[in-house]
Design a protein around this ligand. Structure first.
Ligand code: 6PG
Length: 250
């Protein structure tokens, strides 16, 4: 499959976050023209904090009651832990908007094993999307980041989780990171209607170049791109600094 890639480069992180918010609004509006809900999966990490804060501006004007928020991945720690992705998203977005509890599709991390939690999250996703058998649900939008090693969500380079095809959510254990995690699987990420990678910082430039320009690249973010219909790369100038082609510069 040839996947389309759209690149948007911004001289500052605020510009990138504003652009991502505008795109979010457009995608949500388009999704809501043919069904009565909008589905989005969010990532953790530092980069999307600006985006989450800017979304709060729309607290009274966006259809949060029709929005279903899932997590692209979660660290296996309680929600009050400083490393929790849900904790981060609550702090910067969810605590500031009114969204029904049943629209939040979180990942259990307490009183449950890692594997049970992955299964439970998968069941929640299947129930919501009414997906049966080996059908892969399709999110309207998945927001992703890219780690310095090329990981995305919690799919890490060389991990066996990259070959999983029959699961929607997977348990991730690795010595490279301090916490075990739960992640949407590669087929689910790649099947989203829209994928937006939001990446800033010079430390990501080398990986961004490999992921976008090397067709043979096997880094997790590259696999998501290659297996998808296409993705948008919303990049800070320094993250984009090594790219040969920057089709759109803002
Ligand atoms: C997480 C993620 C992860 C993140 C990248 C980039 O929970 O850590 O979802 O995939 O998006 O590691 O993180 P930064 O934005 O902090 O660079």
């Amino acid at each position: 499959m040839t996947s389309e890639r759209n690149v948007f480069v911004f001289s500052n992180n605020e510009g990138a976050a504003d652009f991502a918010v505008n795109k979010w609004m457009e995608i949500a509006a388009a999704s809501l023209t043919h069904k009565d809900y909008f589905t989005v999966a969010l990532s953790g990490g530092k980069t999307p904090v600006d985006l989450y804060k800017r979304l709060c501006v729309y607290k009274d004007t966006f259809s949060w009651e029709k929005t279903h928020i899932f997590l692209a991945d979660e660290r296996f720690v309680p929600a009050y832990d400083k490393d929790s992705n849900l904790g981060l998203i609550k702090e910067h977005l969810l605590n500031h908007i009114e969204i029904p509890d049943e629209n939040l599709h979180t990942i259990s991390t307490e009183d449950i094993t890692l594997e049970q939690s992955a299964k439970k999250y998968e069941e929640d996703i299947r129930r919501f999307f009414r997906s049966e058998g080996d059908s892969i649900p399709q999110f309207d939008l998945i927001m992703l980041g890219i780690g310095e090693d090329g990981h995305t969500a919690s799919l890490f380079p060389g991990a066996s989780s990259l070959t999983v095809t029959e699961r929607l959510a997977i348990a991730v254990t690795t010595d490279r990171i301090p916490h075990n995690r739960i992640s949407l699987s590669l087929p689910v990420l790649a099947n989203a209607k829209r994928i937006m990678f939001l990446v800033t910082g010079a430390n990501k430039a080398k990986r961004v170049k490999e992921i976008m320009e090397d067709e043979e690249c096997t880094l997790p973010a590259a696999l998501v791109l290659q297996q998808s219909r296409g993705a948008w790369f919303v990049l800070g100038e320094s993250a984009a600094s090594l790219l040969c082609q920057k089709s759109t510069r803002q």
